[in-house]
Design a protein around this ligand. Sequence first.
Ligand code: NAG
Ligand code: NAG
Ligand code: NAG
Ligand code: NAG
Ligand code: NAG
Ligand code: NAG
Ligand code: NAG
Length: 467
Amino acid sequence: MRSKLSFASALLASAQMPVALGQLNIDINNADTLKTAAATVMKSMVNDYTSQQPFSVGLLPPEYSFFESALFFNTIMDYAAYTGDSTYNSLFEKDFFAQVGSDSDFMPSNSSQRIDNDDVGYWALAAMTAAEFGAKPANSSNPSYLSLATKVFNNYVSRWDTTACNGGLRWQITSSTNGYEFKDTQSNGIFFELSARLGAYTGNKTYTDWATKIFDWTSKTGLTDAESSSGGGVVYAGVTATGGCKNIDKSFFSAQSANYIYGSAAMYNTTKSKTWLTRATLLAGYASATYFGPQMYVDDGSSQVVVETACEFQGNCTLSQKAGKNILFRSLANAITLNAGTNISSIMPRQLNNSATAAGKSCSDQGECAFKWSDLAYNPAQTSGFGEKTAAIEAWLTILRRANGTPDLAAAQSSTPPSTTSGGGASSTGGPAPTVTQSGKPNSGATLMAGSALGLVAVVSFLQALL
Ligand SMILES: *[C@@H]1O[C@H](CO)[C@@H](O)[C@H](O)[C@H]1NC(C)=O
Ligand SMILES: *[C@@H]1O[C@H](CO)[C@@H](O)[C@H](O)[C@H]1NC(C)=O
Ligand SMILES: *[C@@H]1O[C@H](CO)[C@@H](O)[C@H](O)[C@H]1NC(C)=O
Ligand SMILES: *[C@@H]1O[C@H](CO)[C@@H](O)[C@H](O)[C@H]1NC(C)=O
Ligand SMILES: *[C@@H]1O[C@H](CO)[C@@H](O)[C@H](O)[C@H]1NC(C)=O
Ligand SMILES: *[C@@H]1O[C@H](CO)[C@@H](O)[C@H](O)[C@H]1NC(C)=O
Ligand SMILES: *[C@@H]1O[C@H](CO)[C@@H](O)[C@H](O)[C@H]1NC(C)=O
């Protein structure tokens, strides 16, 4: 296989490279090292954001697609929630709403950037995360996070296109835009995940029905085969709506799998249906084999480190593709939480552990991070952008969450709202507000408070800054 060969030679080259000074070495058994690493990279990343010239509030530099700004904000929230460090909460609160747009649909009219369905979608997922954390906008003139997520959901419903392929969202929103003929698994996967999370959060069947419908469409269109136990769990990029919807783009990127894994895990958690467990398990199994592949033998000879298989070996991943690992780690962490003790959580712990360790070696102690974690070193000649940094942070948070038996978002369904959030987004729909469970085991890290108190303290401090 071409990739194996090119990887082997790259590995040889990196093995001969001197180890970079000042690596962010982390010990996955020591939560303090994970928190310190995450804090270091956060600081560097936020500095990249705030020091832009010129600066557009809420936007990453112009070379980044609109969706990547949403990933940046989502990681800021995850960081606050799972480390308890509220340093960046006020920045979140101040800047997130700048890109909401006058219709609260994440299509700001004077955005300098092209906005596609997947762009809008990652903003909606970030808003959903805020809702799940129980956050409320500090400025009451701003719409609730839940209303932002449902607004996008409703827009997606109205954009569901039955004129071709018996359904599906198109990648582009307007017919005059290049790419309008493409029905992609980014946009549809986000719609699926958003529906599943809205269903879990509100208990409203409209959302879970849509999640089922979108998954069925994806499957019938031939974009995934995670339908039966004989399937392989692949998620292909999309289909061209012309020519009878037969022309499937078979490229595969980790974010495509990520959204379907998280959505399926949420659907399993909500419905307890074996069908969804099978789907989630197959999708996760495919992602495990493909994006942490057996080809990635590094370190002790058996470690499997995350790789964006379709482009990383050739070294030609685009800026947007370099954000995939961020989406992958966040989605896997959430899927694991939702299926605690079941199949998904048993699939990848070693791969996640090794990837987090590799991310530590791939970042400098100044918070710059390489994209290719299998190099196990940060080489200043490599790019170190928002994709690389948000991915490393999420990889460490994934381990931190497990180390603390962390909480979850999903606990939203079964727990009572903290009094501080009553009247927040969730209760306005009649659903319970999310809070955190307290079932974790005390962690060895002294600075982590006690056990799952981490989750609780973190979310509370996150709220304090946002309320
Ligand atoms: C839109 O333009 C106004 C006026 O120039 C500016 O204040 C605002 O920040 C811009 N919004 C976005 C989303 O760029
Ligand atoms: C609150 O939001 C509204 C609408 O965006 C804005 O006009 C107002 O200045 C904001 N208030 C504060 C204190 O930021
Ligand atoms: C469920 O969600 C849909 C879509 O947002 C909404 O139209 C409907 O009113 C909701 N139903 C209930 C019972 O809240
Ligand atoms: C999940 O794991 C259980 C226990 O190991 C196994 O019996 C079941 O077949 C698995 N389900 C799937 C969908 O792989
Ligand atoms: C990267 O290179 C491979 C192999 O030449 C090619 O198939 C792929 O389309 C390229 N990817 C990008 C993003 O250019
Ligand atoms: C749903 O998620 C919660 C919270 O993580 C977990 O405790 C529960 O076991 C999950 N349910 C299923 C069926 O996996
Ligand atoms: C992964 O790391 C955790 C510590 O964060 C440890 O408890 C667990 O045993 C490790 N799992 C594997 C498979 O190495």
